[in-house]
Write a protein that binds this ligand. Structure first.
Ligand code: ADP
Ligand code: ZN
Length: 222
């Protein structure tokens, strides 16, 4: 079950991918998290990508493709994965076709109003990467992670100027990827216009699309 998660920044795809990952017992691979980890550990990769990420620009395709390809070859991905944040360009989609067979693409959509309000309020734990929202999902203690006690911060790519840039980059580079998968009949549209308390309504739409996957492949084998 190799699942690609698509959607505009702020649509909440990271949250949905985490829930799906637990339900289906298949790892969530977040490209943004892999990049942030590299920056936190100040690895060579981390230094190379820092400027792109903090501006809200895409990291060059070559670097991103190599990282994702390697990560998906690891043992924990052998039964599948929820891939969050890749592919974000047509070139990445074409590359992925060469190294992994995709079972389904879940494209999360929400109104612009919902997306803007989600983006500005997000806070991230510096230690464990857990995310909160100042209004929708506040931590019990302001500025402190419920899970590990780490300090919460506003990611540099979540400052207003960088948010604007990420949305512009999304429209220009990533939106065409939706059409690419639609043509290949892999696309499922998921309505994400729900409050966080109603997350089940979003997840149940995903489950409907994912349940049939096993059946499809069984039918094909007969
Ligand atoms: P969001 O989905 O909210 O924009 P992510 O955590 O997925 O945030 O990504 C954070 C940043 O990491 C992006 O703004 C970009 O700089 C970089 N990044 C993530 N995925 C990719 C990708 N597939 N290609 C290039 N850069 C990426
Ligand atoms: Zn934490």
């Amino acid at each position: 079950m190799n699942i690609v998660i698509l959607g505009s920044p702020g649509v909440g795809k990271g949250t949905y991918a985490k829930i799906l990952s637990e339900k289906f017992n298949i790892p969530r691979i977040s490209v943004g998290d892999l990049f942030r980890k590299a920056m936190k550990n100040e690895t060579e990769l981390g230094r190379k990508i820092e400027d792109y990420v903090s501006r809200g620009d895409l990291v060059p395709d070559e670097t991103t493709i190599e990282l994702v390809k390697k990560r998906l070859q690891e043992d924990d991905c052998k039964n599948g994965f929820f891939l969050d944040g890749f592919p974000r360009t047509i070139a990445q989609a074409e590359a992925m076709e060469r190294f992994k067979k995709i079972s389904k693409v879940l494209n999360f959509v929400a109104s612009e109003w919902i997306i803007m309000s989600r983006l500005g309020g997000r806070r991230t734990c510096r230690e464990c990467g857990a995310t909160y929202h100042v209004k929708e999902v506040p931590p019990k203690l302001e500025g402190i992670c419920d899970r590990c006690g780490g300090k919460l911060y506003l990611r540099s790519d979540e400052a207003p100027q960088a948010i604007k840039n990420r949305l512009r980059v999304y429209l220009e580079k990533t939106k065409p990827v939706i059409g690419y998968f639609r043509k290949r009949k892999l696309l499922a549209i998921i309505d994400a216009n729900y409050k966080f308390e109603e997350v089940d309504k979003v997840i149940s739409q995903c489950e409907k699309h994912l349940q049939n996957l096993g059946e499809d492949s069984r039918r094909r084998r007969i």
